[in-house]
Design a protein around this ligand. Sequence first.
Ligand code: 2BA
Length: 106
Amino acid sequence: MKLVLAIINNDDAGAVSSALTRAGFSATKLATTGGFLKVGNTTLLIGVEDEQVLKVTDVIAQHSSKRSQLLPDTSSYSGEFASMPIEVTVGGATLFVLDVAQFLKL
Ligand code: 2BA
């Protein structure tokens, strides 16, 4: 068994969760915050059999998209000159697939 840990943009989280449910997967949704941008994102925990991992990653890929985000470059403030914003590309989704030693429902 595997645990898919998927970090998803908040704007895509509803569509991804609904699509996973429609496809028959159980997911737990956590409200998380990215360390770099310090804005909210969503982390889904999805426990699945090994052979279902590809299906889960396909569903997530279909419903999460890349976005450009601008953030102020605070490292180059120089008094009267405004700094140039930095553009970062966020997403689609960041996935970790972990081995599950035991799955218990007590
Ligand atoms: P954040 O940490 O807020 O990162 C948002 C986006 O900022 C990243 O998008 C990436 O494009 C950029 N970025 C992050 N760290 C950077 C750095 N040191 N220098 C320049 N640009 C940087 P994504 O890669 O799509 O990541 C989206 C979110 O997924 C991240 O939000 C974080 O919450 C999570 N994530 C990504 N990689 C991770 C990792 N290796 N471990 C844990 N969480 C990760």
